[in-house]
Design a protein. Structure first.
Length: 400
């Protein structure tokens, strides 16, 4: 055998010799492939910044396991789901799609955020050797096929709360109440990321029910990755700080959410109300009928969606939606009355009462409504009042 062959063989067996010379490593399993982790392992929290896509608007959390001796550098990620799940889209819409723990190579994990122009920070978790190995064993068992799936909940069981709970229940981590925002609802935290007057935030206000108006405790705040990181920096395990050595491992400039006035939800809803004024006081029957048909159809379809998200899904946060007071399926009957030339005065009176209830109870109702809804509610009131004016006189607005 040539000398360079001896040297090449030595380089190949050197990592094995080093492992044998040091303290015995722990052996876990990743898809049947041995995973050696020694006492030189470091555990840290990875926090990525928000992205442009809706699912990435609030950032992400994961656990990084780095072993400088064996060369392993893995990310345990609770934010994955399987596109091959039978009935994927139906389960996703109905809130029945299971999320799961996945394991990724750190370089592959980081490349995703480089491509998406997002930031990523690392906060080392201050665990001793036995605690690190106990965490790795817990994650490895949790990764087994029969254990890795869990019922995802956006506010109460997600990639960030899973990490919070592991450190709290497995290692008795103590999170002191250092709330960054006092007496804020879950809606407040969503608006912080997407902008108060954005179309996305209006969508949240429409689709989310009463559970989103509950006041989030300092512990609840950690459903957001940024808040998990901030509270972890102040946490203790016994008398020792739980975190140390925070670094930016990926820094890129990112656009901030803006509340642009141009084509904003408030502007669009005000324009719609202005159109309703024109059709009410300077109308032709044909165009007013078309306006009422389109407007009340959209309101009715919105109500159907709200009912479905409440009664037909497991999304707890979409239940008990008080937007049904002003946008409900009963408006379809208003449209029928338009074309059947029925009186419908009691239906109109009921719907008007519900709309006035929202306006007069704006500050006292338990659910918060977006200000962009006010012009829409006024539009409904204006058009139904016009129809009711004729109905009480025994006439029909569009009768020939």
């Amino acid at each position: 055998m040539k000398p360079d062959s001896h040297f090449s063989l030595f380089l190949r067996i050197l990592p094995v010799l080093l492992l044998l010379m040091c303290k015995p490593a722990q052996l876990f399993c990743q898809n049947g492939v041995p995973l050696y982790l020694s006492e030189h392992t470091k555990v840290s929290l990875l926090t990525s910044s928000p992205g442009e896509d809706l699912y990435a608007q609030f950032g992400h959390s994961a656990i990084r396991i780095t072993d400088t001796l064996s060369g392993q550098d893995l990310v345990f990620n609770y934010g994955l789901f399987d596109f091959n799940t039978p009935g994927f889209y139906v389960k996703f819409i109905r809130g029945k799609l299971p999320y799961q723990l996945g394991i990724q190579r750190f370089d592959a994990f980081l490349n995703t955020y480089i491509e998406e122009n997002r930031q990523c920070r690392e906060l080392e978790i201050n665990l001793d050797e036995n605690e690190r190995l106990a965490l790795i064993k817990f994650l490895s068992v949790n990764y087994l096929p029969e254990n890795r799936e869990y019922p995802y909940d956006f506010f109460f069981d997600n990639c960030a709360t899973r990490i919070r709970d592991i450190l709290e229940y497995k290692f008795q981590a103590n999170y002191p109440d250092t709330s960054l925002v006092k007496k804020a609802s879950f809606r407040h935290f969503l608006a912080e990321y997407v902008g108060q007057n954005s179309w996305i935030n209006v969508g949240f206000y429409l689709i989310l029910g009463l559970p989103a108006d509950e006041i989030a405790t300092f512990r609840d705040e950690m459903f957001l990755p940024d808040y998990l990181e901030k509270h972890l920096e102040n946490a203790f395990m016994g008398s020792q700080p739980l975190a140390k050595n925070k670094i930016n491992i990926l820094f890129q400039n990112q656009p901030q959410p803006s509340d642009s006035v141009l084509l904003s939800p408030i502007l669009v809803s005000c324009l719609l109300f202005f159109m309703a004024l024109i059709f009410t006081f300077y109308y032709t029957k044909r165009w007013t009928k078309i306006f009422d048909t389109v407007f009340f159809s959209l309101i009715s379809l919105s109500g159907v969606l709200f009912v479905f998200m409440w009664a037909g899904t497991d999304h707890f946060v979409t239940h008990k939606n008080m937007n049904l007071l002003w946008a409900n399926p009963l408006y379809i009957l208003v449209i029928f009355n338009l074309y059947l030339e029925k009186n419908g005065k009691y239906l109109l009176f009921l719907l008007l009462t519900l709309n006035f209830t929202v306006l007069t109870g704006w500050k006292i109702l338990p659910q918060e409504f977006h200000i962009a809804m006010i012009p829409l509610i006024l539009t409904s009131i204006l058009r139904m009042s016009d129809q009711l004016h004729y109905a009480w006189r025994g006439k029909h607005l569009f009768e020939k």
